[in-house]
Write a protein that binds this ligand. Structure first.
Ligand SMILES: Cc1ncc(COP(=O)(O)O)c(C=O)c1O
Length: 397
């Protein structure tokens, strides 16, 4: 490898020089390895990862079953043309179908959340023949051109206009949604719990009303479960909390236990509108990704991770409430399963830095003043305690 051109530069500086720009990094820590809920940097320091590497390492880092499945598949077959069937892909699809709602038994396999969302938007246009989308303020659906169109934050969206035609109505506001839906709306795009936007919980009446309005107006309902899916909220999918039956569900993050996979699951009605070539992805559904997805699903079942998320999440929120009782800086502690937020009365950025650099704990922001915790679903009570104490030491009185 030719590294001479970088002289005495650190690995952090090399990465910044080559990959810096669109993606901002925090500090100059270089992560080299992970195990369970822990990450180690190149200097040997360890960090408790309460963010699951942005919500993906649901089984913890390098779960032995996942690593073994990847190693086995890597020695057998890594690439398979999409026009041929593949044994691992068929097994993964069948295992995924088992945990999906019974009315969503067709799927498209992709590589990321945004790619899944782009697929769902295309499918909704195809089924309805309509051009427009309705999404929500503080919603986040990814950064490709399609997914960005339904993402709310104008800072991400506006420099790239014109995008797809989409309106953003206030979340949890039924009358405003009612007013926004018209006969040109292909789909409503919804997170049951808004992740990046602040861990905002959708009210059951609102979610149900969104479904009813879609049915009445001939629009489809796309639920974005990219962050909330696969046990994050204590159910396989967050839409189960509200008894929602969407037409399409977008998945990614936790589906492969950390390996990049995206997927859209959809109904018979959507399936009927598709034609060969309507959509495609060279890497989508590759054997390595499918081996990871299959192994991850087996671990979810064997280790009871869905139920564990509900139980540990409740415990985490309770411990945070005790440890942070009386702190004026804390506006609210909220969440569902192991998707937890501490909303602050001040900016969260400096606290995340202190938490990582002084206490070795990694947490995520969700908007300017929300500290978000998305720990691996395998987190133990002892690890929760370490995290809670570090947060309590970091936040002011
Ligand atoms: C709810 C939601 N949708 C979509 C995405 C985009 O996923 P990806 O980064 O894999 O493209 C994210 C990523 O954070 C997300 O949280």
């Amino acid at each position: 490898m030719r590294m001479n051109q970088f002289g005495e530069q650190t690995l952090a500086q090399i990465e910044e020089a080559l990959l810096g720009g669109a993606t901002a990094r925090r500090g100059d820590i270089v992560i080299a390895r992970g195990q369970g809920c822990w990450l180690w940097d190149t200097a040997g320091n360890r960090y408790l990862d309460l963010g699951s590497a942005q919500g993906v390492a649901m089984l913890g880092h390098c779960h032995p079953a996942l690593s073994a499945a990847l190693a086995e598949q890597a020695q057998r077959l890594i690439s398979c043309p999409n026009f041929l069937y593949n044994d691992t892909r068929a097994h993964f699809a069948a295992a995924l179908a088992e945990v999906l709602p019974p009315h969503l038994q067709h799927m498209f396999l992709a590589n990321s959340g945004a790619e899944a969302m782009d697929g769902a938007l295309k499918f909704a246009r195809l089924v309805t023949g309509r051009p427009k989308f309705v999404a929500f303020t503080r919603g986040f659906h990814g950064r490709t051109v399609g997914a960005l169109s339904v993402t709310h934050d104008p800072k991400y969206r506006e420099p790239f206009n014109p995008l797809l035609e989409a309106s953003h109505v206030p979340y949890n506001n039924i009358p405003r949604l009612d007013a926004a839906l018209d006969d040109q709306t292909a789909a409503v795009v919804l997170e049951v719990v808004q992740g990046e936007g602040g861990v905002n919980l959708g009210k059951v009446e609102f979610l149900q009303a969104a479904q009813t309005l879609c049915r009445e107006r001939g629009a489809l309902l796309i639920v974005d479960e990219i962050q909330t899916g696969f046990g994050r909220t204590g159910k396989w999918f967050a839409c189960e909390h509200a008894d929602l039956h969407p037409d399409l569900i977008c998945m990614a993050k936790g589906i492969g236990g950390g390996f990049p996979i995206g997927a859209v699951a959809y109904s018979e009605q959507v399936q009927a509108a598709l034609f060969p070539g309507a959509h495609g992805s060279t890497f989508g559904g590759n054997p390595l990704a499918c081996a990871a997805g299959l192994a991850a699903l087996q671990v979810y079942h064997e280790e009871g991770l869905i139920e564990r998320s509900a139980r540990m999440g409740e415990g985490l929120r309770q411990r945070l409430a005790e440890a942070l009782a009386g702190r004026t800086v804390v506006r609210e502690i909220r969440g569902l399963g192991l998707m937890v937020a501490i909303e602050l009365r001040e900016k969260v950025g400096p606290h995340l830095k202190t938490l990582m650099e002084e206490h070795g704990v990694i947490a995520l922001p969700a908007g300017p003043n929300v500290l978000r915790l998305l720990p691996p679903l395998v987190i133990s009570e002892e690890e929760i305690e370490i995290g809670v104490r570090a947060i309590a030491s970091t936040l002011p009185g």
